[in-house]
Design a protein around this ligand. Sequence first.
Ligand SMILES: Cc1ncc(COP(=O)(O)O)c(C=O)c1O
Length: 351
Amino acid sequence: MTTIDINSLLRENIKKLVPYSSARDEFSGEASVYLDANENSFGSPLPTAYNRYPDPLQWKLKEKISTIKGVPPQNIFVGNGSDEAIDLLFRAFCNPGVDNVIIVPPTYGMYEVSANINDIELRKVKLLENFQLDLEGIAEAIDKNTKMIFICSPNNPTGNSIDRQDIETVLSNFEGIVVIDEAYINFSRQKTFIQELTEYANLVVLQTLSKAWGLAALRVGMAFACQDIIDVYNKVKPPYNMSQATQELALEALNNIEQVNVWIKETVTERNKLSKALEGISIVEKVYPSDANFVLAKIKYADYLYDFLVERGIIVRNRSKVVLCEDCLRITVGTPSENEALINTIKEFVI
Ligand SMILES: Cc1ncc(COP(=O)(O)O)c(C=O)c1O
């Protein structure tokens, strides 16, 4: 295990913080009369009763996630999407106007937005041309105020997985938090990093139920980390950060892993078909290999094609202004008929 004192990385105000103690924190177990939380004792105007505050630490859900992921419940944080897990890290570890974090563009946009919201300096170390880490550039960008490095693997929007050894090099040499965002891990040939939590005290792995699990509207994000980091999450999070309805629905969905595995297989098959079909179109210059549920394609006249598709009711993501993704569209893998509609429509495009 790497020896990093998580407490020493925290902001002073968070070290000293006395967290909010909710009614349901102070009493756990079963009682017959609950008059401690100023709830409506009569019920809810819904078929299901939601008049009681939910479990603040979502133990049932974490236990279920634990059985699926093989990580103990006390090493899991669940929140209102991965975005909450990202934002709370900034709030706990980064001093506004003083600290900095490193991101490796092109990558998921929320790291930058969260840094900006929290007034944290962002150091951008571009990926190499092959979309892998520039380890030297990262080493040069680190200083004593660098608190976090964000690595997305498989990466959004490029779709590739980041070389495992390179990530391990960062984890072993950086004395701050390394966040590995595995939102798309279910579609990847690469192994997750959640089995490495016992090796690296500075590792936070993010996953989500928004992608393979098909629950983007529910907003369930997960962070896996050593107990010290999860303790920090629990200290700074809003007391009831996940609703009872979300906890129950997520739990129900997690019992349906067979369906999700079927969709993952179908998505990977469709991804490969879609890539081949795109490669066969003359204006498509390159389709990048993908470990995710989308492909990045370099296309002549990408901006015009994007508008052409929008006019025909097909929305893809225009990444043509993004560094290293010039002239690229990012295309989510759809159902077979959606993919067919996309390909047929692109074939109709004439400049
Ligand atoms: C890399 C990555 N991380 C996280 C998210 C957001 O996840 P959530 O829906 O759990 O907030 C996305 C969404 O597109 C993503 O691409």
